[in-house]
Design a protein around this ligand. Structure first.
Ligand code: HEC
Length: 449
């Protein structure tokens, strides 16, 4: 057995709850103020604070202490924070996931009695925005759903497609986007995918990479799909684009909110708003961000055939999807989308020389979470590189979310149907930029010993 395999084996045998590792400098049991609060600030409070859909706030010791047992379980099982990838592949920013050491700190803290610690050890609290505030500043434009979405107390989940006029009179580039559902609806709203319906040559023109993702095709309610702006979900409420990059919102654009609401036992009303921060008028960032979907199980340009096929009781059903980059590009992030049978998804680059490189491996996919994985250093690829998405579905009774292992499952919008979509955000770069990038890499390589 190789060293690497041995290490792997050893680490998987080591119980996470072992107190072998002394995690604090002075061998004292960890305290909330000194050891745990910084971890919660970095990895939990974004979601666990008042006015969000998370079940409790973890801002203070008083709020956290009653949840200690549950925190131990969720953190040791790596269920919290939600981050479902093989952490050995790729480097992400932001990356809220906990290191083994941080997990041991939290576990030791609970097991040693969840002490508060000395007041002077407590870090400055983070000044989180309230549920009402726009987090990234005053928006240049706010677009609101025209009517309330009414979610009755009981019944099936709802998947409305709601259109709103942006009122925008000229093309503008987006610096940031933030989505704000009504506060009373935050528990009911699982996610909303927000699209811009606009006459978008980049998506449908000759160069389009979008042939099987044509934004002019219509959804189940007869609305045009539009091009993706953002997927809102708990903990994923907005995007700020890196300097020099942005999405384009065109004059006359309509905004489409494609939501997923669960009834929660009482009637709730939602009127989601979306706030945009723009680049100054007339200013375009160097690179326009494009969101595209690679479908696994829906091959073929423009063909909307149902080729996703998940047989009854099958535990590991694989589908593949490919897209050839028509121009050099920089890949910014990857986000898998499947339904209840979703199990795993991988994004791979097949290089021009045939070499294959896994960019992200989502090995513990969980339908309850819509997580985007942003690359710390977005990888750059020449034209002709093939992006390859592989999906795996589990239709066996071992899958705790499976509503009916005896059903054959195909492609569809209902949650009991399934999907296999790898969303990517990327920018095209010029041939010259690509050459500069490649030359830079070559220099770096030849400069190393
Ligand atoms: C992306 C948002 C998000 C982040 C980040 C996050 N949580 Fe959660 N957490 C939730 C939501 C939503 C739920 C409720 C759904 C569920 O139970 O899975 C939850 C549930 C929990 C629960 C279960 C509560 C119960 O009912 O027993 C615990 C414990 C928890 N989180 C702890 C943490 C800790 C500790 C961290 C940081 C290390 C963290 N979470 C990070 C969103 C988040």
């Amino acid at each position: 057995m190789s060293m690497a395999a041995l290490t792997l084996l050893a680490s998987s045998l080591l119980p996470v709850t072992s107190s072998l590792a002394a995690t604090t400098k002075d061998n004292q049991p960890p305290t909330f103020n000194r050891d745990v609060a910084p971890i919660f600030q970095r990895a939990c409070q974004r979601c666990h604070r008042p006015g969000t859909a998370a079940p409790m706030s973890l801002l203070t010791y008083e709020e956290s202490r009653p949840w200690a047992r549950s925190i131990l379980r969720r953190v040791a099982a790596r269920e919290m924070p939600p981050w479902h990838i093989d952490r050995t592949i790729g480097v992400y920013d932001p990356d809220p996931s906990l290191s083994d050491e941080e997990i041991t700190t939290v576990v030791d803290w609970v097991q040693s009695g969840a002490a508060r610690g000395a007041p002077e050890d407590l870090p400055e609290p983070i000044d989180w925005p309230t549920a009402e505030d726009w987090e990234f500043g005053e928006p240049d434009l706010v677009v609101e759903m025209e009517d309330d979405m009414v979610v009755p107390p009981e019944g099936p989940d709802l998947f409305p497609s709601v259109i709103a006029d942006s009122g925008l009179e000229e093309d503008r580039y987006i610096r940031w986007i933030e989505v704000k559902p009504s506060i009373e609806a935050r528990e009911s709203l699982h996610h909303t995918i927000v699209y811009a319906i606009q006459d978008d040559a980049e998506y449908v023109g000759d160069d389009a990479v979008e042939r099987d993702d044509d934004p002019t095709r219509t959804d189940s309610q007869g609305n045009k799909m539009g091009s993706l702006l953002i997927e809102y979900a708990v903990g994923n409420t907005g995007d700020i684009y890196k300097p020099g990059t942005g999405k384009l919102l065109m004059a006359g654009a309509k905004i489409r909110f494609s939501g997923h609401y669960h009834p929660i036992g009482e009637e709730v009303r939602d009127r989601t708003r979306i706030g945009f921060g723009f680049y100054p008028k007339g200013e375009a960032p160097k690179h326009r961000i494009i969101s595209t979907r690679i479908f696994a199980g829906l091959p073929g340009a423009g063909r909307r055939l149902n080729e996703l096929s998940i047989p009854p009781h099958a535990a590991n059903v694989r589908h593949d999807g490919y897209r050839v980059l028509p121009k050099p590009a920089r890949i910014i992030s990857f986000q898998p989308h499947m339904h209840y049978r979703g199990k795993a998804m991988e994004l791979e680059a097949i290089h021009l020389d045939g070499r294959r490189e896994t960019l992200t491996r989502v090995d513990k996919y969980d339908f309850n979470w819509q997580v985007a994985y942003p690359y710390k250093v977005p990888p750059v690829f020449p034209a002709g590189t093939v992006l390859h998405v592989t999906s795996w579905h589990d239709n066996s009774s071992d899958n705790p979310y499976n509503p009916d292992p005896s059903a054959w499952v195909g492609w569809g919008n209902r949650t009991i149907d399934d999907m296999a979509i790898g969303w990517t955000n990327f920018v095209y770069i010029s041939d010259e930029e690509y050459r500069e990038h490649a030359a830079g890499e070559a220099t770096a390589l030849s400069g190393s010993p």
